[in-house]
Design a protein around this ligand. Structure first.
Ligand code: HH2
Length: 259
């Protein structure tokens, strides 16, 4: 069965749960809840990457995520960061996965650090940067372009000394994409599996769901479940979600039917 990556956002401004877990104790308790609900790993992040988000400084990001990673010691933790210094401290505190939405393009120190620490790296596709990425994204062939970008980033990671078995890829749902681009990526997700690395996908509560029915971020559980089940059926191995218990049940059912 696909693995569930539970989201722990230690931010004031994340698009669906900003401010709920800014207090470290609340974030740790939330992480523990997600583990109890069936999360296989937890993705701890201290910087929102929602469209229009402002960047966060290194000291502030560290102040947010480190106590939470320390408080969740023993769980499988990924740190959602593009900064090498944050990844360095997080991996020293026990994180074993670095989830970098810039795919090692944001900080020149990131690739050597990940190679040296022997952590798993998530390489995600993003067109542009969060502040402006939703201003008219254009592709001739979104799936082909995402696939060739990820192929190029895999080569870069390998050349930096990151082992092939520690590289995961992610199409970056909502990162410089229209709703139709996101739907096309879901429709043809199996093509990304041909890269030969585990595919991670994060559709949870995202606005392409709302674009279909007008729902707000907190009202997108049905669309989250449908999209994660479809992604798992298309071969995605890691599903990044906020609502772990509900998605776990849906995957269990899908798995029982499809085998
Ligand atoms: N999506 C978000 C953040 N990090 N990482 C990966 N690998 N894939 C994703 O799709 C992805 C990600 C955005 O979701 P969220 O963390 O809930 O919101 P925010 O960025 O506003 O904190």
């Amino acid at each position: 069965m696909a693995k569930l990556m539970g989201v722990v956002n230690v931010t004031p401004d994340s698009f669906s749960d900003g401010g709920l877990y800014l207090d470290p104790a609340a974030a740790v308790a939330h992480g523990q809840e997600l583990l109890a609900a069936g999360a296989d790993l937890l993705d701890v992040g201290g910087e929102s990457t929602r469209p229009g988000a402002q960047p966060v400084g290194e000291a502030e990001e560290l102040r947010r995520v480190l106590p939470v990673i320390e408080g969740l010691a023993g769980a499988a933790i990924s740190v959602d960061t593009s900064k090498a210094a944050v990844a360095a401290a997080a991996t020293a505190a026990g994180a074993t996965i670095v989830n970098d939405v810039t795919a090692l393009r944001g900080d020149p120190g990131m690739a050597p650090l990940c190679a040296e620490r022997e952590v798993t790296v998530v390489l995600m596709h993003m067109l542009g940067e969060p502040r402006t990425m939703q201003e008219n994204p254009v592709y001739a062939d979104v799936v082909g372009e995402v696939r060739s970008f990820l192929g190029e980033r895999i080569e870069f990671a390998l050349s930096a000394g990151i082992a092939a078995e520690r590289i995961w890829v992610d199409p970056g749902i909502g990162f410089g994409k229209t709703a139709e681009h996101n739907l096309e990526l879901l429709r043809r997700l199996a093509e990304l599996g041909e890269l030969g690395h585990p595919v991670v996908i994060g559709t949870s509560r995202k606005s392409f769901i709302g674009s279909l029915d007008g729902s707000d971020a907190r009202e997108r559980l049905g669309g989250t479940i449908a999209s994660t089940v479809l992604a798992a059926a298309a071969g995605a191995e890691v599903l990044r979600v906020h609502d772990v218990a509900e998605v776990r049940q849906a995957l269990t059912l899908a798995d029982a039917v499809l085998g």
